[in-house]
Design a protein around this ligand. Structure first.
Ligand SMILES: NC(=O)c1ccc[n+]([C@@H]2O[C@H](COP(=O)([O-])OP(=O)(O)OC[C@H]3O[C@@H](n4cnc5c(N)ncnc54)[C@H](O)[C@@H]3O)[C@@H](O)[C@H]2O)c1
Length: 270
């Protein structure tokens, strides 16, 4: 057992010194982060802004998006990413794209509402495609760009009752790899980040839905369903995902492209 400097093993260990502010290695860069009103998107927007980027905050949820734009000193665009015209009106002159917006629907395949399936593909596959086809020319013209797609462990593995989400995340993996191949000669990298369960509003909403699907009390869902497959038995903090995204946009990862980084506590090691 570790002891603190007083030799008292039961007392709390001293807190680590606060991390120094990151060098502003993204000064002069512009980032677009979708779904940045809360959760992972907000954490990504804060991390990128902390490294000096100007952030375009994009979300359907106006109040949260406005808050993130204020927190980051960024720009606000309220847009419904299921509307192709709204997606095609988003800022195109950006150096970094974080395709993050997403939604979940939990139902058995034979009961899955087709319009819900189509909505999830529009927001989580077609919108990233439309955003990339409009923003890549700016990145190519400047010889530098970073695309980070917030996929999921469900881009690599399936789970029952999540037909639309698993389909969309697997499609996003393909889009990311094609972007990596086409972007390479232009200094543009494209990668996926693949978290297991992150403690966000999306997850909290899922807990109730999963409870219904699995027929178990909500209190058991996190422990028995969500933490069953990760070897590390805790949820992920949005900031942990955001730091991986920031690293992918940093100075040491220019050769890393077409990859999918599992932040899954060992889930895909099974
Ligand atoms: N929370 C998790 O456990 C988890 C795990 C793996 C991957 N992810 C992925 O991370 C991403 C962010 O999820 P989160 O957990 O932060 O969820 P969240 O619900 O907190 O955030 C998602 C954001 O997307 C926005 N959004 C949804 N539909 C939109 C639309 N039509 N137009 C514009 N904005 C829209 C929402 O308003 C919300 O702000 C998603 O792609 C999700 O699939 C989440």
């Amino acid at each position: 057992m570790q002891s603190n400097p007083n030799g008292d093993a039961s007392a709390a260990a001293p807190l680590p010194a606060p991390a120094p502010a990151p060098a502003p290695f993204l000064a002069g860069r512009t980032a677009l982060v979708t779904g940045a009103a809360g959760g992972i998107g907000r954490a990504c927007a804060l991390a990128l802004a902390g490294a000096g980027a100007h952030v375009h905050v994009v979300d359907l949820a106006e109040e949260g998006a406005r808050r993130t734009a204020e927190e980051t000193g960024g720009s606000l665009t309220v847009a419904d990413l299921s509307d192709p015209a709204a997606v095609d009106a988003l800022p195109a002159e950006v150096d970094i794209v974080v395709n993050n917006a997403g939604l979940q629907h939990v139902a058995p395949l034979h009961e899955f509402p087709p319009e819900r399936f189509a909505l999830i593909q529009r927001v989580m596959v077609e919108a990233p495609f439309r955003i990339l086809r409009r923003t890549l020319p700016h990145m190519y013209a400047h010889g530098w760009g970073r695309v980070v797609n917030i996929s999921s462990v469900h881009g690599l593995r399936a789970s029952a009752f999540k037909a639309a989400y698993v389909t969309a995340k697997h499609a996003l993996e393909g889009l990311s790899k094609v972007t990596a191949l086409e972007g390479a000669p232009h200094g543009v990298t494209s990668n996926c980040v693949n978290p297991a369960f992150v403690d966000t509003p999306l997850l909290r909403n899922q807990i109730a839905a999963q409870a219904a699907a699995h027929g178990m009390p909500e209190a058991d869902v996190v422990r028995r369903v969500m933490l069953e497959r990760p070897a590390i038995k805790r949820l992920i903090a949005p900031e942990e995902v955001a730091q991986t995204v920031l690293w992918l946009c940093g100075p040491h990862t220019g050769y890393l492209t077409g990859a999918s980084l599992p932040l899954d506590g060992g889930w895909t090691s099974h």
